[in-house]
Write a protein that binds this ligand. Structure first.
Ligand code: URA
Ligand code: CA
Length: 439
């Protein structure tokens, strides 16, 4: 097969066959197709698009480019949850033990923070001793025996995505719907779960801020996952302001523990129950959504979900005492207050600005090599809809390295839009839309 012909075909608006796509992915990972040819093909796909059939073939070929977990290996009916990335998005930390408490099998592979969005692996690693670098065998053993494990992607999984993502990053081809869908879904398919719920964020702090883009992404993720035999649901959820009140690694673990104790912020607990309900319905343990939501809410209040989190921590070498004594988590040296400069109601709280401020304090990373500080971040005392008086507290910055403190403080203050004219602002609805696969 001639790679030039393949590029020309897509350039001219043609449809690639499964064999052609497999040739490209095989040659990319085997390094027999040079980066300049892959880059040209990526640009042709960015400009011409792909059919659902092509996108599913690309997803499947990428998933098979390295080592995989199959549903049979994981055993039972395993579920997974994915977020397209947000600010202070503490849902995975809550949802994973919650689903396990509901009797589902959870074997989840997660990522690290990048840019303004956080990563579950970094958050969990703020728990003293907690290990996310599980071997393939240990991961399988935990999933089979305890029905709950959460690990970093191993280096030999979906190598095609790593290579192509690097090329996309430097060739202005990241923002291609089929390429985004294949990138996300190849990793989910390689993870082996049979039912997957995707939390597609929308608004300022989201990877795709515009609602119409979030809708197209959600529709395509569900369509492609379903085509590849997975039970798929997607919720489009608000990320115009951060979720919950904590943004930062150890701070979010603390927030997750509160939520698993039934004392978390309403937006976060509500979203976790809604996302989880989709998977309970797929697993057949509930027939109605409201019943599923209620069941999960009960597990947040009766201690079962919190106990599962303790088990997860213990099985992965962490110190489960953090559950009862959060002071065992890393703490920042200083707390710095951000205060309102006028009275009014919070009309908007820019998630992107808060994410960037947390990064200035050291909570995130701009390149994969950066180190993060688990203790630092931003605690949001006021959120959209809250009344605040002049000079009252808006947020607390948890600080170690003060190099960028002034800039971070200004960024947090200017993330708040305070409306002096109004008495009431409705907080945004968390669930904007729901898309469920037909299979
Ligand atoms: N997230 C991914 O994993 N891949 C993309 O291409 C975009 C977002
Ligand atoms: Ca949060």
């Amino acid at each position: 097969m001639n790679t030039i012909d393949l590029i020309a075909k897509k350039r001219d608006g043609g449809t690639l066959t499964r064999e052609e796509i497999e040739h490209w992915i095989g040659g990319t990972v085997g390094r027999t197709i040079p980066d300049y040819q892959s880059s040209a093909l990526l640009m042709a796909i960015r400009l011409r698009g792909m059919t659902d059939e092509e996108t599913a073939d690309l997803t499947d070929a990428m998933a098979h480019s390295g080592s995989m977990f199959t549903p049979e290996e994981l055993g039972g009916f395993t579920v997974d949850k994915h977020s397209t990335g947000g600010v202070g998005d503490t849902t995975t930390l809550v949802l994973i033990p919650l689903l396990a408490a509901a009797g589902l099998t959870v074997g989840k592979l997660s990522g690290r923070a990048l840019g303004h969005t956080g990563g579950t692996i970094d958050k969990l690693e703020s728990i003293p001793g907690f290990r996310t670098d599980l071997s393939r065998d240990r991961f399988l053993e935990l999933v089979r025996e305890t029905k709950l494990a959460l690990a970093d992607h191993t280096a030999d999984m979906v190598p095609a995505d790593r290579i192509l993502y690097e090329l996309r990053d430097v060739t202005a081809t990241v923002d291609s719907l089929p390429l985004i869908v294949a990138s996300i879904m190849s990793k989910k398919i390689a993870g082996g779960a049979q039912a997957i719920v995707i939390d597609v964020k929308t608004g300022a702090g989201a990877f795709l801020p515009k609602l119409e883009d979030s809708r197209r992404l959600a529709g395509s993720l569900v369509a492609i996952g379903s085509k590849l035999g997975r039970k798929m649901a997607a919720l489009i959820t608000d990320m115009s302001q951060p979720l919950g009140r904590m943004v930062g690694n150890a701070l979010e673990v603390r927030e997750a523990i509160d939520t698993l104790r039934g004392e978390g912020p309403e937006d976060l607990s509500g979203l976790c129950c809604e996302l989880g309900a989709e998977l309970l319905l797929f697993a057949g343990s509930r027939r109605d959504r409201d019943g599923a939501v209620d069941r999960l809410d009960r597990l947040l209040h009766d201690g079962s979900a919190l106990a599962k989190f303790g088990e997860l921590i213990a099985h992965q070498d962490g110190n489960p005492a953090v559950i009862d004594d959060p002071s065992l988590l890393p703490r920042a040296a200083r707390k710095v207050e951000a205060r309102a400069e006028q009275s009014g109601v919070v009309r908007a709280l820019d998630a992107l600005a808060i994410g960037r401020a947390a990064n200035l304090l050291g909570a995130g990373r701009s390149t994969v090599e950066d180190a993060i500080d688990p203790a630092v971040g931003v605690e949001l005392v006021r959120k959209v809809g809250d009344r605040v008086e002049d000079d009252e507290l808006l947020a607390v910055l948890h600080v170690n390295d003060e190099t960028h403190l002034d800039a971070a403080c200004r960024m947090v203050e200017s993330a708040y839009t305070i409306d002096p004219e109004t008495t009431e602002v409705a907080p945004p609805e968390i669930i904007v839309d729901r898309i469920v696969g037909g299979s």
